[in-house]
Design a protein around this ligand. Structure first.
Ligand SMILES: NC(=O)c1ccc[n+]([C@@H]2O[C@H](COP(=O)([O-])OP(=O)(O)OC[C@H]3O[C@@H](n4cnc5c(N)ncnc54)[C@H](O)[C@@H]3O)[C@@H](O)[C@H]2O)c1
Length: 250
């Protein structure tokens, strides 16, 4: 039995990496996926492959996020699941050496974008009688990491914002949870590793970061997202779920 049969799911940042893997699994599980991304070519290609709809969105722009929600409602009449997943790592620098531009750029994608997504989808979910929101945070939002001030703060912010909204809407059949992967091989991680002073050392460090061997797979994250998006987690809200092979237990 498919776990998301006939559900309408919007996924931001769905053209690549985790968003793409989650979109593919949600579609396999019966959902119609609205692939939302700033990258049109890869986004359209994925939407064609999985049989969903592509919407161009820039999550830093509230009007663009609102239009994304409206397009999905116009096309499908409802939104059962919203995954706010678009994100960037930004530059690596200690706080005094980091730039104001990097702070604003990372915050505007990773943090403002999640707020806009929830702000505009919540009235739709309230009026249809419920829904599920997932936000992609990170273990970096649970355990601080140096030389990545904006990313760390944005991911901690996403976790707390998710919990606040979960409490606000708990009586309205809307669940809100955050997923917190540690390290997953995606273009974002490649960008991060290539920008460290010792990329090979960083790669080896990441490969042995988790108590469980190896990095987290896209599939493992997608299956955790599926659990939280489906009725299997019907009484779970306000959770920040690590997908980290035990990393945050240390
Ligand atoms: N890869 C990891 O190790 C890891 C670990 C923890 C959390 N995460 C988080 O997972 C999420 C997905 O990251 P990923 O690793 O799949 O990276 P990725 O670079 O493969 O994918 C990010 C996607 O977001 C899109 N995007 C970027 N800016 C956007 C904007 N302004 N509007 C709309 N879309 C935009 C990109 O086009 C891309 O398709 C991010 O929030 C990231 O912080 C990743």
């Amino acid at each position: 039995m498919a776990k998301l049969q006939d559900k309408i799911a919007i996924i931001t940042g769905a053209a690549s990496g985790l968003g793409k893997g989650i979109a593919e699994l949600f579609a396999e599980e019966g959902a119609t996926v609205v692939v939302a991304d700033i990258e049109d070519t890869a986004g359209k290609q994925l939407a064609e492959t999985i049989g969903g709809m592509f919407v161009h969105v820039d999550v830093t722009n509230p009007a663009s996020v609102e239009a994304m929600i409206q397009s999905a409602v116009e096309r499908y009449g409802r939104i059962d699941i919203l995954l706010n997943n678009a994100g960037i790592d930004g530059d690596q620098a200690t706080t005094a050496n980091s730039t104001l531009e990097n702070w604003r750029r990372v915050m505007s994608i990773n943090m403002d974008g999640v707020y806009y997504g929830m702000k505009y989808v919540l009235p739709v979910m309230v009026s249809q009688g419920g829904g599920v929101i997932l936000n992609t945070a990170s273990t970096v939002g649970l355990n601080a990491m140096g030389a990545l001030p904006a990313y760390s703060a944005s991911k901690a912010g996403v976790i707390h914002l998710s919990k606040s909204v979960a409490i606000e809407y708990a009586t309205q059949n809307i669940r809100v949870n955050a997923i917190c992967p540690s390290v997953v091989e995606t273009p974002l991680l490649k960008h991060f590793i290539e920008n460290t002073p010792d990329p090979e050392g960083a790669r080896q460090g990441f490969a042995s970061l988790n108590p469980m061997p190896g990095m987290v797979t896209v599939d493992a994250v997608a299956r955790a997202a599926l659990f939280l998006a489906s009725d299997d987690s019907s009484f779970i809200t306000a959770v920040a779920l690590p997908i980290d092979g035990g990393y945050t237990a240390r």
